[in-house]
Design a protein around this ligand. Structure first.
Ligand code: C5P
Length: 235
């Protein structure tokens, strides 16, 4: 039987750089919370069979503002870091047999609410060809010239070659058992994405071309850009 694709959405952060008085995943964009946009985009893709949202055990907002589609559920097992929230979510899902060890888990930041379906489908296509089980992530090749600064001031020390450099996005997708194992081995304070944990096992995940509209809402200015992308979908 073909493994299922499970979207796992970590949404347990506080998002302090975003500047709103609520966590950024609950900020409203075009009259809908950011997290709702993200849930809905996965619900709209028939290749995704389940959506698991991980929020903090102290979350005060979810129940009041999020409407879950039938294939989605919320788990209040978020931790102190993104990696811990994902590890806790995965442990819960596997332990309670809500997903299978061979299912594919697509981890996607709740704050990336503009992911185009075309990019999501590119990732799903790559996963279907991934016979070695390396997993795959969306990323974009670096376009700008990169400068490394001197240690004590923002002065240019030297230019860094951008050859072979990509900027990681999400979704980042791996077999459930592999990601679970990788996260159990990793130092959660040191890793900023899921692929890093897999890399530490010596596995080289596939880079799949992402989309520049797949931004992560981080600063207040990002909201205007995200609203524009959501209002002008091309897929
Ligand atoms: O803070 P940052 O933008 O890097 O967070 C990326 C994603 O990880 C967000 O969707 C955020 O809600 C989630 N996160 C989490 N648990 C944490 C910290 C962040 O689920 N402790």
């Amino acid at each position: 039987m073909k493994p299922h694709n499970i979207a796992l959405l970590p949404a347990a952060g506080v998002g302090s750089r975003f500047g709103a008085n609520i966590p950024k995943q609950y900020a409203r964009l075009l009259n809908k919370p950011v997290l709702q946009h993200t849930i809905d985009l996965f619900a709209a893709n028939p290749r995704i069979s389940q959506i698991a949202v991980v929020v903090s055990p102290n979350d005060e907002w979810f129940d009041d503002c999020i409407a879950l589609p039938p294939q989605a559920a919320v788990y209040r097992v978020g931790g102190n870091s993104r990696a811990e929230s994902i590890a806790n979510g995965l442990t819960y899902l596997l332990h309670h047999k809500m997903i299978d060890e061979t299912d594919t888990v697509l981890v996607h930041d709740a704050a990336r609410c503009c992911l185009p379906q075309t990019a999501l489908n590119r990732l799903l296509d790559a996963l279907e060809q991934d016979h070695e089980n390396r997993g795959a992530i969306l990323a974009i090749p670096v376009a700008d010239t990169l400068k490394r600064q001197t240690p004590n001031a923002p002065h240019i020390a030297h230019t860094v070659s951008r050859e072979y450099l990509w900027q990681a996005q999400t979704p980042q997708a791996f077999q459930a058992a592999l990601l679970h194992h990788a996260l159990q081995q990793a130092d959660w304070t040191q890793i900023t994405d899921d692929a890093s944990a897999i890399e530490l096992l010596g596995i080289q995940p596939i880079l799949v071309e992402g989309d520049s509209r797949n931004i992560k809402l981080t600063r207040p200015d990002d909201a205007r850009l995200a609203a524009y992308f959501l209002q002008n979908p091309d897929n």
